[in-house]
Design a protein around this ligand. Structure first.
Ligand SMILES: Nc1nc2c(ncn2[C@@H]2O[C@H](COP(=O)(O)OP(=O)(O)OP(=O)(O)O)[C@@H](O)[C@H]2O)c(=O)[nH]1
Ligand SMILES: [Zn+2]
Length: 302
């Protein structure tokens, strides 16, 4: 088939082999992929053509700028493609897992996606403790935006809007941190958008197993992507020796170890261990590095 028969569309939702794509005019069409494989993800640009008045077929996926995914021993789970930014939402309460935060940052860094942190619920007692836990992240140059999404709606909107403008931004965050509050603040008709999409895909109203694409503005320039919660954030796509290069606080020391293939765990003359002892790398970040190293260098358990 020549590409003249096909048009470019944006994948805004996937469900099995069923996708909802949006054409250049913003019209949404239910499309199927050819064959059994479903290898496009939300955010992909695809070539598609109409197969009937109501449906289309996806012929191919355009090259991706990036792909954010997690990978455990058994499977790869894609969050979305062609992202401009990852926002990791954590809260004062429930207390966030630093390991999950670090994993998300490493996945973004290795995919070449800029990442920032939002600390929500700063109105609660315990805000200072949360701030302290995030201090190493600030120190390594990652922006931490403090919000109180529920109580300070206007201020939150004003802080977020410039960040999101003209971008495709994925929000990741554990349950209970205020993800729905954030989405509803920026996209008042979010529930309606979900309902419309689920209806078009026949996937049921409450299917939240895949990433959801929302337009923030009527010009369809700024998008927010919401991904369902997850328990595990595997990083099997990364090899243990490359791990440190995706950690901004380790990176400055990487060329300075005595051995070029230093694992930064027990070797003499290790610049990372020296930085740890000097307090330039935080003990919690080092502990996560060590845990990840063990995880990534152990053979799969199956
Ligand atoms: N104190 C305080 N509570 C907040 C704030 N933002 C959200 N909450 C509350 O935190 C709880 C969780 O918020 P949601 O927006 O439902 O969180 P979620 O991340 O979508 O959680 P799931 O629906 O479990 O995925 C709700 O009771 C909110 O009212 C805030 O800035 N301060
Ligand atoms: Zn070293």
């Amino acid at each position: 088939m020549s590409s003249a028969d096909t048009r470019i569309g944006l994948v805004v939702r996937g469900h099995g082999r069923h996708y909802l794509i949006e054409d250049e005019d913003g019209v949404r069409v239910h499309c199927l992929t050819r064959g059994k494989k479903s290898d496009c993800v939300v955010g992909d640009r695809v070539r598609w053509k109409r197969s009937s008045d109501h449906e289309g077929v996806i012929e191919s996926v355009e090259p991706r700028r990036n792909l954010l995914f997690r990978q455990d021993e058994w499977k790869t789970k894609s969050f979305a493609a062609n992202l401009d930014r990852l926002l990791i939402l954590v809260a004062v309460d429930p207390q966030f897992s630093e390991s999950q935060l670090t994993r998300a940052l490493i996945a973004a860094e290795s995919a070449g996606i800029a990442a920032e942190i939002i600390l929500n619920k700063t109105d609660l007692p315990g805000a200072n403790a949360a701030r302290e836990r995030l201090a190493p992240y600030r120190a390594m140059g990652i922006s931490v935006l403090e919000l109180s999404l529920k109580g300070q709606k206007d201020a939150s909107r004003a802080a977020l809007s410039p960040l999101l403008e003209g971008q495709a931004t994925l929000v990741l965050g554990p349950s209970g941190t205020g993800k729905s509050t954030l989405i509803n603040l920026l996209i008042p008709d979010a529930q309606a958008q979900v309902g419309e999409i689920s209806h078009a895909l026949n996937s049921g109203r409450h299917t939240t197993t895949t990433t959801q694409w929302y337009w923030i503005d009527s010009e369809r320039k700024s998008a927010l992507l919401d991904s369902p919660g997850f328990q595990e954030f595997g990083l099997r796509q990364i090899s243990a020796p490359n791990l440190a290069s995706y950690m901004a606080d380790f990176k400055p020391y990487l060329g300075d170890c005595r051995f070029h293939n230093c694992s930064h765990r027990h070797e003499p003359g290790c610049a990372v261990l020296t930085a740890l002892e000097a307090g330039k790398i935080s003990p919690s970040r080092y502990r996560i590095y060590d845990e990840l190293w063990n995880e990534l260098s152990s053979p799969p358990k199956y």
